[in-house]
Design a protein around this ligand. Sequence first.
Ligand code: PLP
Length: 371
Amino acid sequence: MTDRAAALRAEGRDIISLSVGEPDFAMPAHVADAVRAALDAGDTKYTPVAGTPRLRAAAALHFQRDLGLATTPERVIVSAGGKQAIFHALLATLNPGDEVLIPAPWWVSYPEIARFAGAEVVALKTTAAGGFRITAEQLEAAITPQSRWLLLNSPGNPTGAVYSADALAALGAVLARHPQVLVMSDDIYAPLRYGSGTHATLAVVCPDLAERVLTVSGVSKSHAMTGLRIGVATGPAWLIEAMARLQSHSSGNPASLSQAAAAAAFEGPQDFLAEWRERFRARRDLCVAALNAVPGLSTPVPEGAFYCMVDAAPLADRFADDQALCLHLLEHGVAVVAASAFGGDFGFRISFATDEDRLTEALRRIAKALT
Ligand SMILES: Cc1ncc(COP(=O)(O)O)c(C=O)c1O
């Protein structure tokens, strides 16, 4: 897909990409100022492997303020992106034959990381009708003595699904019976929720499980800092230590200037987020209305993040697979990602982190390509 998109662009074709998972906004100005100030101050040396004391404290503040999760700087690790935190957590704990339970559709890196760590992936299928959420019964039926991790992601990529406190409590009741299972709560999109009320996260809803929950967050999505590569995680001390040991022999500390930026992001004003959320909400509504108006396409209203998971099953007989559907859309000037890449059924994911004019044009092209 990427090669074909590049080839079409080289021919002079205008391709609108709705495939990337990053906000199109510039990162907040005070964060850019913090990078410049850190550079001027010569902040370019090694830092402690698990992150600077300032950033670990700022991340603890973030977990408390934005997720309601009380933690301490010692129980926080800073990594080169949320992805690296997840990678180190799984690599530090998994052995061949272990099972990792992953609700599908999933973020593409989860199964790859689990398999890289030698584990078996167990897909827990979810559907649009079920809100793209797993149920307690489904979880209970999937757990075996080999189950080592459950990976939860709310709001979810690629579905935008959000777990309520009640839904998490039901899952927590199952997990309480299976002490061998660790839980990754990937809350990286928590600041980008469109519903009212506070964000629900497993370690808060089920404090009895807190000693086996790793909560992952970061600044990539909430502060449009994807390129700076900072993610943070908090969990039991033994796990944070194991992740830090691994990190010390892989990348070492995350980039010092990026850490200064992330500290400023967590410590500084958060009011820009309300405006970003409103922009995303308006785009979401635009996408949901336009996509559902195309015969053969349907998508639920995502409650968070900036993706729509689009079901295109009624069009399946026109294409060899959903990759072919996506290539067809590409020929009509829009790049999207096939649902099968996320372990989903025939369809595609769009990202609405694109400006309104381009988004409107892309939606027009999708409708034209399929009708
Ligand atoms: C669900 C989810 N978790 C984690 C990440 C990792 O983000 P990063 O490594 O850029 O901080 C992403 C990025 O796309 C994501 O979608």
